[in-house]
Structure formats: structure tokens, C-alpha cells
Design a protein around this ligand. Structure first.
Ligand code: ME8
Length: 655
């Protein structure tokens, strides 16, 4: 019988900046499901990649002073490295600058055009570059994009439109009758929007853009990036060739909640028009916050996942995301919570059971798995619980990976209870002792199989320790004839140490570019500044005697973002600009190489910014300037890999 196929994808990431933990989260949960289906013996194809053609990538390249192609190539490499470091089992990493993808995007655009579903018109409305999306006034919150909290730009330009409206009923039917979207709440959101709003045709081209895929119908126009990006799901399996025929329709697209509309409405619309079957499921996951705050450059809490993997190991990150964050819901990440969760479950519960068992087998059976003899009731009871594997399977098929892991851990707890009750260390009868230890070895062998899709590296270590290879679904039942020689006792998951807590952790220092400088209306020595930190904020700073406005505009300065907002003589200041001050000479802290929103760090100090800090707290940090660099406890303040500088005198106090 041919194997069941399973085609799973993640969203493709914008490469305008480095990956953040939210990107890692999506990749990890998708990978666990891909691996689960492989474990079950299915023919899995797992696709991930990068969204290269977005104009936000082009803009970021401009800021970095690099040619766009070079810039996206460089950043895409970091995403590829991340996939490797996350131990992803993806079968392909697609980039939308690849010629094969460009061909597919143009083919489908042409097909839809020739069908009469694309027509020329004028787009007049709002566009958010952050989302690469068109908005109406109604979509905005206080005039700003709900995702990026920025005012969208007004556009009025010639554009090609896709007749999305034509497919409204078909899309609605797909969602309502075929359970397209998981979970239910996310499905209801789309259904109610479709039912309450007019579905407008979609602008699918931009005029006179140098970056992006040219439309095959008009060389002045490039294909709107979402139309192009969504098509990666079919170009990634070589549409229209054999691989496409084998794997399409996708069994599940993993995406974050912010891009549900694109996947559940626009994507099926394009596919219907092109005469291609829609995907089976859109799995909408929640967003991660870090220490309770939204991830975003403007909030300055972008934690580098590569750094986290180096610090804690890949399985710690995988385990935390899969176990701790309820599927489909938002969740919070903190290093403290990661350490606590992994130590409790992996080091203490799984590690301990394995360690105890392996030591006893080495002591009593020279490291060889003993034979099983007559089973007592207590043995039969734990053996019965091996059935948990099927419950775990059901949970995985329901996209409830956190509950699946909870079940596995529950079983390991039961095994620990079994060993405590059976007390093998007190048993003198060798046959009975052998039987107890055999039972645990078998349970651990099954645990290693169940854990493999979640934490492959650790699961493999467990199996190896037991002298076994990681089995597949056929080996999931309790067997009576498992043989093997155990390795010397070894810790498979070392206890993690808690991150260093320091006063500096409380502060959220980020880079901002000074955009506008005006005299404060009510104070001689103060300026009112407008600073871009990813969003524009207002600051009041006592720099009037030290800089002319022209000398300040364009500078990449350092801002305390979580400063308690203050009304300074009638002007609201939403942060604090840092400068070194000695002998009456005041020079701002600078990071001309960095981008708005980039985070300032100090080596080995993890950040956990308080919601708000006061001026007294900033001063108590005792930041100084030494040798042209800003220092904290003699260490450089770092941003984007380089030190923060200042022209202030040596020993200048930063305030
Ligand atoms: O949206 N927590 O790219 P992207 C969890 N290129 N997931 C998050 C997240 C967070 N805090 N922030 C973002 C794009 N994501 C498009 C996709 S697909 C044809 C094109 C998720 O780099 C986000 O929802 O902004 C998306 O699923 C993925 O990360 C990539 O986001």
C-alpha cells in the first residue's frame, strides 16, 4: 500500500531583519508535527523558507547601505542557519528570489489574468509597509495599523486588481463546510468578517518598483508581494510537476494569527481562480511575548534565538515552546520560565528515571538488559499505561502538542512512581529484579520514541543510552524480548542554570534616529525631539546648549524606552536620551551602525525590562564613558555586535 502523504508548511519569513523567537516558535511546532507524521510512517514533505521580494526588505537594505539582493541573501542565510540550529527536518528551504519560484508566480498571475480575473484600475487607499498590506480606515486603531502601530501611507497609483469578490461564496463555503481554519475561534473571526463586510477586489501589483517579480502582463508592474509569497506553497513542491501532484493539497499551513486573512481568504481565492484545489487546513497559532511584552523592534525585546540555542541547547527551546504554550493561544517566553520547565521535566523527571535505571542495570547485570520473567500486578499496571502512546497520537492529530507532551510526562511520572513502589534496590531475587528493570527499560524505550518528534537530540541520547535505535510507530508497543547493552551512565539532559539577574536587566535601551529637533516652547535649555525607534516618539532633552538642531538630526542615539513618561513643562517625554557629561561637555551616546529599535545589551546579562523605570534608577546604574565607549561595570554597551560610542571625556557620567 502506498504511504499516506502529509504536506506541511510554515509561513515564509521576511528577511528585513534577523529572526526572532516568534519565528523559531512557528518552525518548532511545525517541525514537531512533521516529525510526528514521519514517525507514523507517512510520506512527509515539510517546507519552510524566506519571503525575499517584499518592499520592506528593500527598504531595510537601503538603511543598511547594501544592494537589495546582497542584503536579502545575507539575511536569508541567517534564517537557514536558524533552521539548522533548531534541528528542523524540513525537506526544502524555499527562497522567493529563486528562478523556479519566479516562474511559478508569473505563470499563475498570467493564468488568472487570462481567465479575466485580473483587471487594471487605480488603487487609492492606505498601505502598511510593515504588513505589506492594504488597509481601510476601519481596519486602523487610532489611525494606526493594528500590527505595527504605525500610520499607513496613502497610495494612489495604477494597479492590477484580482477579482477576489467573485470567490466570496466559494471561500465562505470552504471555511464553513470544510473546517479550513483551526482553531474554531480563528475560523469564526474570518467567517464573521466575511459575512459582515463587503469583500473587495485585491490590488495585486505595484507600479514602478525596482524590487519584486515583474508581472508577465505589464513590465511596469511588479506582483504584489502577498500574491507572490503565497505561491511558495506550490512552487516549493515544483508546481505543476510530479512532486506537486503527489503532495498537493497541503495538509496544513502553519501561520501566526496576524496573517490569517491572507491564508484563509486571499489564498483560496487565488487557487480557485487558478483552478487549483485549496489547502486542507490553516493552523493559526498565537503570538509569543517576551517577559510579558510584545516582540517588536520598537519594544526592543527581540531576543536572538540563535543566542538562546547556544546558551541552553536546542531541545530546551523546543521543549519549552511545545510544552509550555497552549496550542493556538498566545504565550510568554522568559529565560527563567524555560530553565524552570526544562529542569523540572527533562533533567529531574526523565533524566532521573533513566539515570537510576541505567545505574542499577550496570550494577546488577553488567549493563545488559535483563530478561523479563513473571509479571506481577504492579508491572501489568504500568505496562497497561503504555497505551498513552495512542492518546498522544490523538492529541497530535488534534494539534494539541502541549497536551501531548503533558501526557508523555505524566507517563514518566507514573514510571518514577512504579520504580519507587517496586523498590528494585531492595530486591534480592535476581529474576524479580531483572523483571522490574526490564519493565522500566521498555517504558523508557517507548518514551524515547514518543519524545523524538519534540526533542530529537535528547530522545536519541536516551535511546542510545539504552543501547537502542530510535524506533518508529511499529515499535511503540510493550515488547518482551528487547535486548541490548547499555552505555555507561551519562547525563542526557544537564540541569540548566538560572540566567544572571543584574540591575541592567531592568532597562530597555534601544537605538533611535533623531528625525526632528525643535526648541521646547517653555524652557530655554531644552529641546523637543522626534525620534524614530521603529515608531516615532517624542523626547525632551537638555541639549540646547550643546548641539544645534542640525547637528542632532540624523544621529543614531540611545534611548531608555521603558522610562516612565513625564510631562516636562507641558511637553510629554516618552523616553530618555542618553548622553555622557563631564566638565560641562555633553555628548550623546551613538550607534551609527545600528537600526531604529536595535537592542543595547551587555555581555552575559539577560534582559527582563521592567514596565517602567525612573530617572533615579537610570542614574543609579552608573553608566560611564571610557575611551570613547559607553560602559557598564567595565563592560561595553553593545548593539548589533558593536560598542556604543560617545565623544564625551573619559569618566563622563551617562545621564
Ligand atoms: O508574515 N510569535 O513574515 P514574518 C509567534 N512574510 N509568531 C510570530 C510572531 C510572534 N511574536 N511574530 C510573527 C510574514 N510571527 C510573511 C508571511 S507566508 C506566505 C508570508 C509569525 O517574518 C507570523 O505570524 O512577519 C508568521 O506566521 C511568521 O512568524 C513569519 O512572520
Amino acid at each position: 500500500m502506498p504511504k499516506t502523504k502529509f504536506y506541511i508548511t510554515t509561513a515564509i519569513d521576511y528577511v528585513n531583519s534577523a529572526p526572532h523567537v516568534g519565528h523559531s516558535y512557528e518552525k518548532i511546532i511545525a517541525d514537531a508535527l512533521a516529525r510526528w507524521h514521519r514517525l507514523k510512517g507517512e510520506d512527509v514533505f515539510f517546507l519552510t523558507g524566506t519571503d525575499d521580494n517584499a518592499s520592506k526588505n528593500e527598504e531595510a537594505a537601503k538603511v543598511a547601505g547594501m544592494p537589495t539582493r546582497k542584503f536579502v541573501d545575507k539575511n536569508a542565510k541567517v534564517f537557514q542557519l536558524l533552521c539548522k540550529k533548531l534541528n528542523l527536518s524540513n525537506d526544502r528551504f524555499i527562497r522567493t528570489v529563486e528562478q523556479s519560484h519566479v516562474n511559478v508566480a508569473q505563470t499563475i498571475f498570467k493564468k488568472v489574468y487570462e481567465k479575466g480575473d485580473i483587471y487594471k484600475g487605480i488603487y487609492s487607499g492606505l498601505y502598511c509597509k510593515g504588513c505589506e498590506a492594504f488597509y481601510t480606515e476601519k481596519d486602523l486603531i487610532e489611525g494606526k495599523c493594528p500590527e505595527h502601530k504605525k500610520e499607513p501611507e496613502k497610495l494612489e497609483e495604477e494597479s492590477y486588481f484580482f477579482k477576489l469578490s467573485k470567490y466570496k461564496d466559494q471561500i465562505l463555503k470552504l471555511i464553513e463546510n470544510h473546517n479550513l481554519i483551526f482553531p474554531k475561534e480563528k475560523s469564526n473571526e474570518i467567517i464573521s468578517r466575511l459575512k459582515s463586510e463587503e469583500l473587495k477586489d485585491l490590488s495585486v501589483s505595484r507600479v514602478n518598483k525596482s524590487w519584486g517579480i515583474k508581472t508577465p502582463v505589464d513590465p511596469k508592474h511588479t506582483i504584489y508581494v502577498w500574491f507572490d509569497a503565497l505561491l511558495n506553497y506550490i512552487s516549493g513542491i515544483d508546481y505543476p510537476k510530479a512532486k506537486f501532484k503527489k503532495y498537493w493539497p497541503a495538509d496544513v499551513h502553519f501561520i501566526g494569527k496576524g496573517i490569517n486573512w491572507f491564508h484563509s481568504v486571499i489564498w483560496p481565492g487565488i487557487l480557485f481562480s487558478a483552478g487549483i484545489e485549496p489547502p486542507k487546513t490553516i493552523l493559526v497559532h498565537g503570538y509569543l511575548t517576551v517577559n510579558g511584552q510584545k516582540i517588536g523592534k520598537s519594544l526592543g525585546n527581540v531576543i536572538d534565538p540563535l543566542h538562546l540555542i547556544d546558551k541552553y541547547g536546542v531541545d530546551a527551546l523546543r521543549y519549552f515552546f511545545l510544552r509550555e504554550i497552549p496550542a493556538g493561544q498566545d504565550g510568554d517566553f522568559s529565560e527563567e520560565a524555560l530553565v524552570e520547565r526544562c529542569n523540572a521535566d527533562l533533567a529531574d523527571t526523565v533524566g532521573n528515571l533513566l539515570q537510576r535505571t541505567v545505574v542499577l542495570i550496570h550494577k546488577n547485570f553488567d549493563g545488559k538488559i535483563p530478561k523479563v520473567d513473571c509479571l506481577h500486578d504492579i508491572d501489568a499496571e504500568i505496562i497497561k499505561k503504555v497505551h498513552v502512546a495512542h492518546e498522544v497520537d490523538q492529541l497530535m492529530l488534534n494539534y494539541e502538542w502541549n497536551k501531548a507532551l503533558e501526557k508523555i510526562l505524566e507517563f514518566v511520572h507514573d514510571c518514577n512512581k512504579y520504580i519507587n513502589e517496586a523498590q528494585p534496590w531492595k530486591v534480592n531475587d535476581k529474576k524479580r529484579l531483572g523483571t522490574i528493570l526490564y519493565v522500566i527499560i521498555e517504558c523508557l524505550r517507548i518514551v524515547s520514541i514518543l519524545l523524538f518528534p519534540f526533542i530529537p537530540e535528547t530522545a536519541q541520547k536516551i535511546a542510545k543510552q539504552l543501547g537502542q535505535k530510535i524506533g518508529d510507530w511499529k515499535n511503540i508497543e510493550f515488547k518482551k524480548a528487547t535486548k541490548g547493552k547499555l552505555l555507561k551512565p551519562e547525563i542526557v539532559f544537564p540541569k540548566l542554570s538560572k540566567p544572571l539577574v543584574d540591575n541592567f536587566s531592568d532597562f530597555n535601551l534601544i537605538v533611535g534616529i533623531v528625525k526632528k529637533v525643535e526648541p521646547h516652547p517653555n524652557a530655554d535649555k531644552l529641546y523637543k525631539l522626534s525620534v524614530d525607534i521603529g515608531e516615532e516618539i517624542n523626547l525632551v532633552a537638555g541639549l540646547k546648549q550643546h548641539y544645534t538642531p542640525d547637528n542632532l538630526v540624523g544621529k543614531h542615539v540611545i534611548v531608555v524606552k521603558n522610562m516612565k513618561p513625564a510631562n516636562i513643562r507641558g511637553v510629554e517625554s516618552q523616553g530618555m536620551l542618553l548622553a555622557g557629561d563631564k566638565d560641562g561637555i555633553v555628548k550623546v551616546l551613538e550607534a551609527s551602525h545600528a537600526k531604529p529599535g536595535d537592542q543595547v545589551t551587555v555581555e552575559n546579562i539577560s534582559l527582563n525590562p521592567k514596565p517602567q523605570v525612573t530617572i533615579e534608577e537610570v542614574l543609579s546604574l552608573k553608566l560611564i564613558v571610557q575611551g570613547g565607549r559607553a560602559k557598564y561595570k567595565e563592560k561595553d554597551l553593545l548593539v548589533a555586535g558593536k560598542p556604543v560610542i560617545s565623544e564625551a571625556f573619559d569618566g563622563a557620567k551617562v545621564r
